[in-house]
Design a protein around this ligand. Structure first.
Ligand code: PRX
Length: 645
């Protein structure tokens, strides 16, 4: 065994970028790279240049020799009467090959094509991802809880001609009709001038169709019927350049158009394999459960690609964590012998609130626990450690983003001290820094907050925004770039969009977004997307989305809307704004309140001051408003919401 200290020292700055060889060597390459990092065209970094590999081969085929009869995935359906399914590596291999054959033979999907999925938490989702990876096609999963319109928008942006969906799935005891959203997605894409030609529909209960939405002749096909024609087919994995895109993951930003974050094959897979190994501490004999949705980056990296690259057993759960009672999660952990547990603060808050003593009733033992996606309050952290983890598990609080591929800030489990409410230092090979607005470094221990940035590129960083390279440079690199002509990566720090403070011990505390993004229960929502959805209601003249503190979800959305001249506020208008948001984005974005106000606080140049509205909403007080064009509106709004609350 290599001495641990020595190994970690290899990631100190003097060894950058060579240190990332340690991660790349966890993978099986068809041909090795000649250049670890090509930074000649900042900020479009290229990792492991010259290398070739296939991501599906790395997550499936290469484990067959030693682990073919062990579980790759364990899927727990929501209804407790349904049997848990273990899918061995051999079976996963078979399923992935057959579905790859459907995509290629039946749909004509070729290397480089985009395929959009709108799939819930069912094993067909990782099968579909790996099938695309096998072909070198680029998958783009849209979170199942998003609306059909949001899915259609993303499919049009990615110009996907194939949409893979499911008839229904279970959530909180209901069989949700999901296929209907595919019809909406096709219609929305059409409005955007893009055609989805084929909709592949998996059936939750093969042989019986659980949706009310009619199958459209020539467009919609049941996957189980298509698979019957490909039974036993083997499709050779396509050897891809390390730099070939593996998938797109859409996220929200400062405009209404979502950003398709493009992740690479070699750099991404190496990074998630490495961080899964050292920060999730996953060993092949662990049963690892990341209780998150694969529709978000956490699930891509730490349910599918990272754990499967390491050949471990990854648990997937279909439904709601507290269904049918708040002991469900712990019951699953006990039954499956889960040793590593990973979830988001929003789930932890809910389980703590609904069943504070439930963990004590179940005999599971975690050696390791992870939290991700939002700041975790110290008292919630303590419950996670003491009650859920029974004081036995090491906890890592991992800070990162859709754009990053894998963890950026975390402690090394059991090797670096835990600190409730803080994500710890930068992870191996990541050198974070806090800058003030002028680009001066904010020193650790100064107590001053600033913008957290990463000084160096890393293999998991996304390559670009699909189809919007200028937006990529502008959003993430322009703010602190020292010289746009420079070819030196030192001049191109990555701007994360989060506020943070660094303590004297080097640990970071993440304060939250500094841009127009609201993080609701760990889901990123763009204020512009929410506002555009509200403006689809005919009566609305202006809209502003603001975050409010919420006990369970961390943050929730409140919408402020003003009406076109001559119109009167009504409950009906408020309801229709909420419905428009459901329709355009999805139920997760549903506002906590919709306030119809006479006007918005504005600057003299007419810009709506969301910050002022958020202060009224959260604190009732806004400080000095003398620079507003209409300071009197602040009192109006305050009275309005106080009289209603
Ligand atoms: O504000 C940070 C918050 O979530 C944002 C990223 O959201 P998303 O791209 O959806 O990815 C979430 C899962 C990786 C960040 O900009 N965030 C993420 N992790 C943490 C966090 N805030 C505090 N602590 C964390 N551990």
């Amino acid at each position: 065994m290599r001495p641990i200290r020595l190994f970690f020292e290899r990631f100190s700055e003097q060894y950058f970028p060579d240190c990332f060889k340690e991660y790349a060597e966890l993978l099986t390459w068809d041909s090795y790279w000649h250049t670890i990092l090509d930074s000649s065209n900042p900020p479009f970094w290229k990792w492991f240049v010259g290398g070739r590999l296939n991501a599906c081969y790395n997550c499936v085929d290469r484990h067959l020799a030693t682990r073919h009869n062990e579980a790759a995935l364990i899927w727990v359906p929501e209804p407790e009467g349904e049997t848990t399914q273990a899918i061995t590596y051999q079976e996963l291999y078979q399923q992935v090959n057959e579905f790859a054959a459907v995509l290629r033979e039946f749909c004509g999907v070729e290397t480089g094509d985009r395929v959009t999925f709108h799939l819930p938490m069912v094993p067909q989702l990782p099968v579909a991802m790996l099938a695309c990876a096998r072909l070198g096609a680029i998958h783009s999963e849209v979170f199942g809880g998003f609306s059909g319109a949001a899915c259609g928008d993303r499919a049009a942006d990615a110009t996907s001609h194939v949409l893979v969906t499911m008839d229904g799935y279970y959530r909180n005891g209901q069989l949700v009709d999901h296929k209907a959203k595919a019809d909406e997605a096709v219609a929305t894409a059409h409005e955007r001038g893009h055609e989805i030609d084929k909709v592949l529909v998996w059936r939750r209960h093969p042989g019986s169709y659980g949706s009310q939405s009619p199958m459209v002749e020539g467009r919609d096909f049941f996957v189980d019927e298509l698979l019957a024609e490909q039974r036993g087919k083997v499709v050779d994995p396509v050897s891809m350049p390390a730099e070939a895109p593996l998938f797109l993951m859409y996220t929200s930003g400062t405009t209404a158009r979502p950003k398709g974050c493009q992740h690479s094959t070699g750099g991404y897979l190496a990074y998630v394999a490495g961080t899964s190994k050292y920060y999730q501490d996953i060993h092949p004999d662990d049963t690892y459960w990341c209780c998150a949705d694969i529709g978000w980056i956490t699930g891509h990296s730490y349910i599918v690609y990272g754990p499967l690259a390491l050949g471990t057993t990854s648990v997937m759960y279909e439904g709601a964590p507290a269904y049918p009672d708040p002991g469900r999660v712990w019951r699953i952990a006990e039954r499956l012998g889960v040793s590593i547990f990973h979830t988001a603060p929003t789930t932890i808050r809910m389980l703590r609130k609904l069943g504070p003593d439930e963990p004590g009733k179940y005999h599971y033992r975690f050696k390791h626990m992870t939290t991700v996606g939002e700041p975790i309050e110290p008292e919630v952290w303590r419950w996670y450690y003491e009650t859920a983890g029974k004081r036995e598990a090491a906890i890592v609080d991992t800070w990162w983003q859709t754009e990053n591929g894998g963890f950026l800030g975390s402690t090394l489990p059991a090797l670096q001290p835990m600190k409730p409410g803080s994500c710890g230092p930068g992870v191996l090979g990541i050198y974070p820094v806090i800058y003030d607005e002028d680009g001066n470094t904010v020193e650790a221990g100064s107590g001053q907050a600033g913008n957290i940035c990463i000084r160096n590129p890393w293999p998991g960083i996304f390559q670009t925004i699909w189809g919007q390279p200028e937006r990529f440079v502008e959003t993430y690199y322009q703010k602190y770039c020292r010289d746009p002509e420079s070819k030196d990566w030192h001049d191109w720090p990555y701007f994360a969009g989060d506020g943070a403070v660094q303590a004297a011990d080097g640990y970071f505390r993440i304060l939250g977004r500094v841009d127009d993004v609201i993080n609701v229960a760990g889901h990123r929502l763009g204020t512009k997307e929410l506002e555009s959805a509200s403006l689809t209601v005919e009566e609305i003249a202006e809209a502003a989305a603001v975050p409010v503190v919420d006990e369970l979800r961390g943050r929730a959305v409140e919408m402020y809307v003003s009406l076109k001249p001559g119109l009167k506020p009504s409950k009906d208008i408020e309801d229709r704004v909420a419905q428009a948001i459901d329709r355009e984005i999805g139920k997760i974005a549903r506002p906590k309140n919709v306030w119809v106000v006479t006007d918005m606080p504005k600057t003299r140049s007419g810009k709506i001051m969301r910050r002022v509205i958020a202060s009224i909403s959260n604190f009732g007080d806004v400080g000095d408003v003398s620079t507003l064009a209409n300071p009197e509106i602040v009192d109006d709004i305050r009275h309005h919401i106080q009289s209603d609350k």
